[in-house]
Ligand binder design. Structure first.
Ligand SMILES: *Cc1c(COP(=O)(O)O)cnc(C)c1O
Length: 416
C-alpha cells in the first residue's frame, strides 16, 4: 500500500491533504505516516515467520517520541547509540529489556545509565571498551550482558560514508580478533557474553553481503559455544536499503530468506534486527514552499524554504530524493531542468541538482520524498534556522509531534 498518494489532484499523507498541514503547521515540515511506519516494522518481523526474532528499531534514523511510542506499542525494542537515545527510548515506553546499545565510543557515564536501566545487551566494539564496561559493572555490583560486534570484512557495496563492515572501518572488533575478545569476555566475572553482532552498512541493495556476514557470524557462534559461551542472540544489524529513485533493494521476504539461510543450522538463538532506514525512510515526506524562481545564465534555481540544515542527505552523500509538486501537475506539463536549493549560505546547499521538474512558481508547495530516515534526526540550526516541525498523520487525522523551534529555542542556554 502506498501511504502518500494524489487524491483529486492533491498529495495526501494517508487521508490527510498535506496542504492542510502546511497551512496550519507551516513549512518546512516533516510529515510521517504512522501506518506506513508500523507496517514497515511488522512487515519485516513477519517476513521471518516462525524464526524467533526481535526487531530493535534503530533510534538514530528518526527519533521522535511519537514514533518510538509506536515501536513500544508493537512490542518491539530499540537499537541505541547514545545515552540520549536511551532516554528517548525509555521515555517513549520501550522497556530497557528490549534495548541494545551499539557504538564505538560509549562513555563510562552512558554505560552506567544503561546498566542501571537494565538493558538487554551492550554491543561491544573494542577490547578497551570491554575493559571499561567490566569495571563500571563491577563497581555497581552488576553483570553486564554483552555481545561482540565483530567486523566481518564484507563489502556492502554502498556509499563509503555508510559502509561500516569493511576492514578499514572504525566499527566492530576486527574479524581476526573476535575469538580472543570472546575468550577475554568469558574470563571477566562482571560480563556475561550473550550474543554476537554485526552491522555492515546502510542502504544495501543486495542481499549477498548480509548472507556473507551472517554466515561468518554463525560459524563463530558454533566456535564460541564449544568454548563455553551461551550465545543466545545473533544480532544482524540494520542496513536494508529502500527505493529513493531507481534502486531495487531486497524485499523483506528476500532479506529474511538470506539471513535465515545463512544462519542455517544454529539453533537456540533469537535473531535481533536493527532496521532504521527501511522502517522509516519512505514513511515521511518533507514539505517546503517555493520562495523564488531565480534564472541565471547558467541555471534555473528553485529557491525553497527548506535547506541542508533540514535535510542534509543531498549535501552530505549526494543523495537523491524524489521531489513532486503538492498539486498534481497535469499530464502534459512541460518539464524543465532546475536545481532546488535552500536559503543557506553554502553552494553545497541543495535538495536536488539539475532535476527535470514540472513548472513551479513562488508560493507553490513541493514534497520531498523519502525524508524519514536521517532527515529530521540529522537536522541542525545552521544559519540560525529554527528546526522544522514534525507531524504524524494517521488515517484522516494529523497532529504535531514536535513543534517548530522558536528564536528563543535557538539561543537556549546561551548567555551574554
Ligand atoms: C545506524 C545503525 C543501524 C540502522 O541502519 P539502517 O541502515 O538505517 O537500517 C543499525 N545498527 C547500528 C549499529 C547502526 O549504527
Amino acid at each position: 500500500m502506498d501511504y502518500f498518494t494524489y487524491i483529486k489532484g492533491e498529495l495526501h499523507a494517508e487521508g490527510v491533504p498535506v496542504s492542510d498541514v502546511a497551512r496550519e503547521a507551516g513549512t518546512p515540515v516533516f510529515i510521517y505516516s504512522g501506518g506506513s511506519f508500523a507496517s514497515s516494522l511488522t512487515g519485516l518481523r513477519d517476513a521471518f515467520g516462525v524464526t524467533p526474532v526481535l526487531v530493535c528499531y534503530s533510534v538514530k534514523a528518526a527519533s521522535n517520541l511519537a514514533l518510538l511510542k509506536k515501536v513500544a506499542d508493537l512490542g518491539m525494542g530499540a537499537d541505541i547509540v547514545s545515552g540520549g537515545e536511551l532516554y528517548r527510548a525509555l521515555r517513549a515506553g520501550i522497556p530497557a529489556s528490549r534495548v541494545v546499545f551499539s557504538g564505538v565510543g560509549k562513555t563510562g557515564r552512558e554505560m552506567a545509565e544503561a546498566l542501571d536501566a537494565g538493558i538487554m545487551m551492550f554491543n561491544l566494539e573494542s577490547l578497551a571498551e570491554m575493559e571499561l564496561l567490566a569495571r563500571v559493572a563491577s563497581e555497581r555490583g552488576r553483570t553486564a550482558p554483552v555481545s561482540l560486534r565483530v567486523n566481518p570484512d564484507v563489502d556492502p557495496g554502498t556509499h563509503p560514508y555508510v559502509a561500516t563492515g569493511l576492514r578499514e572501518s572504525k566499527f566492530g572488533i576486527p574479524w581476526g580478533e573476535a575469538r580472543e575478545a570472546a575468550r577475554l569476555a568469558l574470563s571477566m566475572p562482571s560480563l556475561s557474553l550473550v550474543g554476537l553482532d554485526c552491522h555492515i552498512g546502510s542502504q544495501l541493495t543486495s542481499a549477498v553481503p548480509f548472507s556473507d556476514a551472517v554466515a561468518k557470524l554463525s560459524g563463530l557462534v558454533s566456535d564460541l559455544r564449544s568454548s563455553g559461551a551461551s550465545v543466545r542472540y545473533l544480532d544482524v544489524g540494520g542496513g536494508l536499503g529502500i527505493t529513493y529513485h531507481d534502486e531495487s533493494p531486497p524485499s523483506p521476504t528476500e532479506y529474511a530468506a538470506a539471513v535465515t539461510g545463512a544462519a542455517g543450522g544454529i539453533g537456540g538463538v533469537t535473531l535481533v534486527l536493527e532496521p532504521g532506514r527501511s522502517a522509516v525512510g519512505n514513511s515521511c515526506v518533507m514539505l517546503a514552499r517555493v520562495l523564488y524562481i531565480k534564472r541565471t545564465p547558467a541555471r534555473t534555481f528553485v529557491i525553497v524554504d527548506a535547506a541542508m540544515n533540514d535535510l542534509v542527505r543531498p549535501s552530505l552523500y549526494g543523495a537523491y530524493h524524489g521531489i513532486r509538486p503538492v498539486s498534481e501537475p497535469s499530464g502534459g506539463a512541460p518539464l524543465s531542468r532546475v536545481s532546488v536549493v535552500g536559503p543557506v549560505c553554502e553552494s553545497g546547499d541543495f535538495l536536488a541538482r539539475d532535476r527535470e521538474l514540472p513548472p513551479l512558481a513562488s508560493g507553490d508547495l513541493i514534497a520531498v520524498f523519502g525524508a524519514g530516515a536521517y532527515g529530521f534526526s540529522m537536522s541542525s540550526n545552521y544559519n540560525s534556522r529554527p528546526r522544522a516541525a514534525e507531524v504524524l498523520a494517521e488515517g484522516s487525522s494529523w497532529r504535531t509531534v514536535r513543534a517548530r523551534e522558536s528564536y528563543e529555542d535557538l539561543a537556549r542556554g546561551e548567555s551574554l
